[in-house]
Design a protein around this ligand. Structure first.
Ligand code: FES
Length: 95
């Protein structure tokens, strides 16, 4: 894969940026996420997490580290603003 290849579409993080982070010693997915912002976009890593984990396996010596996963934060599934506004209206009706 080319260094300019986008790994995380949400945050425009390239393969080269993630590789540089791993090679420089960041072997914990959460640290790579904080350093590169890969996995912090609107899909919360749903699209790029698997690629990040493959890169960790490829560029680190330890398979144990690669078993850790990036924490996906809520909402578990993206929801539209319309769905959110309907949900908000339903709560206000109950109050
Ligand atoms: S593709 Fe990486 S957070 Fe969405």
């Amino acid at each position: 894969m080319d260094d300019a290849t986008i790994i995380c579409r949400c945050e425009d993080v390239t393969y080269g940026e993630v590789k540089k982070a791993i090679v420089s010693g960041l072997l914990i997915p959460g640290d790579i996420r904080k350093y590169t912002r890969a996995g912090m976009g609107s899909c919360q890593g749903r699209t790029c997490q698997r690629l990040l984990m493959q890169m960790l396996k490829e560029y680190s010596d330890s398979c144990e580290i690669a078993e850790d996963t990036i924490n996906i934060r809520t909402p578990i599934q993206p929801i539209s603003i319309t769905e959110l506004s309907v949900w908000d209206s339903e709560i206000n009706e109950k109050e």
